[in-house]
Ligand binder design. Structure first.
Ligand code: C2E
Ligand code: CA
Ligand code: CA
Length: 570
């Protein structure tokens, strides 16, 4: 930090207060090389300069005898002002008695007039500033204990003070560890903390030459503001290497997003959210260590902001439409319609069709998913009720429960209110919860699922086999249906190992006595293979894509015509 502030483009500011021009000029000449110097002719002018929110003065050199407002008055006022209390003051005087008095009043040092040795004066100024900065950092307990860097709050407060003095072009960087939660889980939290600490120390060391200041923003996310460099791949690669060597986590992978800070008075928080957008873009993409926020990303950001602000309108004006994809039971002679999955679609009045892949992950991040999911659950329940009235059958429909919903304390109540509103049994509205939610929050998930099952809801474990925690989870959490991840179906015919895995999942499911739904079935061959493996249900384009409710009604009608007793099974 010291290097940063002493840097060419970012000199510390010093205020010289003296009513005699010759003194101001002399001192100014001594200090101008090292500092950004401002002048005041008396105490009143000094207080004016200090009144600015971003005055940024690191030191005040103060004459005592001045017209309008003398130096003692300035000291008294500064000491009484929380914002100014920590700016060190050196008094300049020729009177011994005044020296003592001013030190008592709160000045930190004095310089005797007439000024003789400029080097001595300069050295004293430097020393005082250094001391006061060290103290202010100690005072601020604003260090993040794990990483040794600043905390996010302090970092931004500090940037606010620093910004007016920045002249060199700067970059904002956001650093993240790929799949840190898994490392944390595998190695334990202590080891995880050690990795974060090493990153903090090495980041500081490596970025000192580019006058970097850094903080840990949250768990494994670091922010860095530094003088602009040509590229950052080398830096991140070196950081990754050092941290790997020092902690033994050799497969640790970092990634960084870069934003070139404009010189337009925009807010640093914005810079970092853009750098973060760039960083998110290369999540899990191991070939690139860094990405820079560019126009394309800018447009993506604007697009996302648009989507977020249009959610309520889509709910109110039926921009969201719920599609239904059937699940068929396959162990009989022919596939028989068993249930459906509700999948949301967004038909935007101006942007057209938007795939859930575009907005669901976004809304999971910003919390809007609660609204969307609630809407979909209600629609699905309303539709079950409508079909029941129309066809006399209660066809169970699964809805997706986002991992974020798990943390909603009102989740159970919301679901119960919905089934009650349409006179359904909880089991009619089945709940698909993605397996990866388990990695985020095993305990919480366990509790929520147990409670929902107690109320009669049926839980389908979605995307089963896509994460690392599948088997752990099965023993810990009782569920009602396993939904095999699409990836397995896609590869099982060409990859013998995958096929064996699917068989294994079938065995496990049989052992647990839960049915298996295979998702993403696109070909007859896949269906036949799954049937041979005793898979219970399939869902996929081969039988039907997701369709609007009216089209789905035709599938129900067809089933009713094909088989007279279909009714009784529902
Ligand atoms: P998911 O829950 O795994 O849903 C299955 C996805 O696979 C759906 O994509 C579906 O249209 C697609 N699919 C179905 N059959 C086939 C097939 O044979 N081949 C292929 N390649 N794909 C098939 P969709 O509708 O685009 O949804 C994507 C994801 O978005 C869903 O994955 C789910 O995680 C999420 N999602 C959709 N609707 C909602 C919702 O209302 N709430 C929440 N929280 N998430 C939703
Ligand atoms: Ca699903
Ligand atoms: Ca799925």
């Amino acid at each position: 930090m010291k290097q940063l502030m002493a840097a060419g483009g970012m000199k510390r500011r010093v205020l010289i207060v003296d009513d005699e021009m010759i003194n101001r000029e002399l001192l100014g000449a001594m200090l101008a090389q090292s500092y950004d110097v401002a002048f005041a002719e008396n105490g009143a002018q000094a207080m004016e300069a200090l009144a600015e929110e971003e005055h940024g003065f690191s030191l005040i050199l103060l004459d005592l005898m001045m017209p309008v407002m003398n130096g003692f008055e300035v000291i008294a006022r500064c000491r009484a002002d929380a914002r100014l209390r920590n700016v060190p003051i050196i008094v300049m005087t020729s009177e011994k008695s005044a020296e003592v008095k001013s030190i008592r009043a709160g000045a930190v040092d004095f310089i005797a007039k007439p000024y003789d040795m400029p080097e001595v004066i300069l050295a004293r100024c430097e020393r005082i500033i250094e001391l006061s900065e060290d103290r202010s950092i100690i005072r601020s307990t604003e260090r993040d204990k794990v990483s040794g860097l600043y905390t996010r709050g302090y970092f931004f407060a500090y940037l606010q003070r620093l910004l007016p003095r920045l002249t060199a072009p700067m970059d904002a960087l956001v650093l993240n560890i790929n799949r840190f939660h898994i490392l944390n889980e595998l190695l334990g939290h202590e080891e995880g903390d050690r990795i974060l600490g090493t990153i903090g120390a090495q980041l500081k060391a490596l970025t000192a030459p580019m006058r970097g200041i850094a903080c840990r923003s949250e768990s494994d996310t670091f922010f860095l503001l530094a003088e602009r460099q040509e590229e950052y791949e080398t830096l991140i690669a070196e950081l990754q290497k050092r941290v790997g060597e020092q902690t033994g986590a050799r497969d640790l992978r970092l990634r960084a997003g870069v934003y070139h800070c404009p010189n337009d008075g925009t807010n640093p928080e914005n810079w970092f959210s853009r750098a973060k957008a760039a960083c998110d873009r290369i999540r899990g993409q191991y070939s690139a260590l860094t990405a820079t926020f560019n126009n394309e990303l800018h447009e993506l950001t604007v697009f996302r902001e648009r989507l977020s602000s249009d959610v309520q309108d889509a709910i109110d004006n039926r921009g969201f439409v719920v599609y239904f994809q059937p699940k068929y039971r396959i162990q009989g002679e022919r596939p028989v319609l068993a249930s459906a999955e509700a999948l949301v679609r967004w038909i935007h009045p101006e942007l057209g069709f938007i795939s859930p892949g575009e907005f669901i992950p976004l809304f999971e991040k910003n919390g809007l998913i609660h609204k969307v999911d609630h809407f979909v659950w209600r629609e699905a329940a309303a539709q079950i009720n409508r079909w029941r009235e129309q066809y006399g059958v209660t066809l169970p429909v699964s809805v997706n429960v986002s991992r974020v919903d798990i943390f909603d304390l009102a989740l159970e109540k919301k679901l119960l209110d919905i089934v009650e509103a349409f006179s359904l049994a909880p089991g009619d509205l089945m709940l698909e919860i993605t397996e990866s939610a388990y990695a985020d929050s095993a305990e919480q998930l366990n509790e929520v699922i147990a409670s929902l099952r107690n109320r009669g809801f049926k839980i389908e474990m979605d995307d089963f086999g896509s994460g690392y925690s599948s088997l752990n989870m099965l023993t810990a959490i009782p569920i009602d249906v396993l939904k095999l991840d699409m990836q397995f179906v896609r590869t099982m015919l060409s990859d013998e190992k995958k096929r064996r895995l699917v068989e294994l999942v079938m065995d496990i499911a049989a052992f647990l006595e839960v049915p298996v739904v295979a998702e993403g079935v696109e070909e007859e061959e896949q269906l036949r293979a799954l049937k041979d493996m005793r898979c219970d249900l399939v869902q996929g384009y081969y039988v039907s894509p997701p369709v609007p409710a009216e089209r789905f009604g035709e599938l129900i009608e067809k089933e009713l015509q094909e088989k007279g007793d279909w009714h009784d099974n529902h």
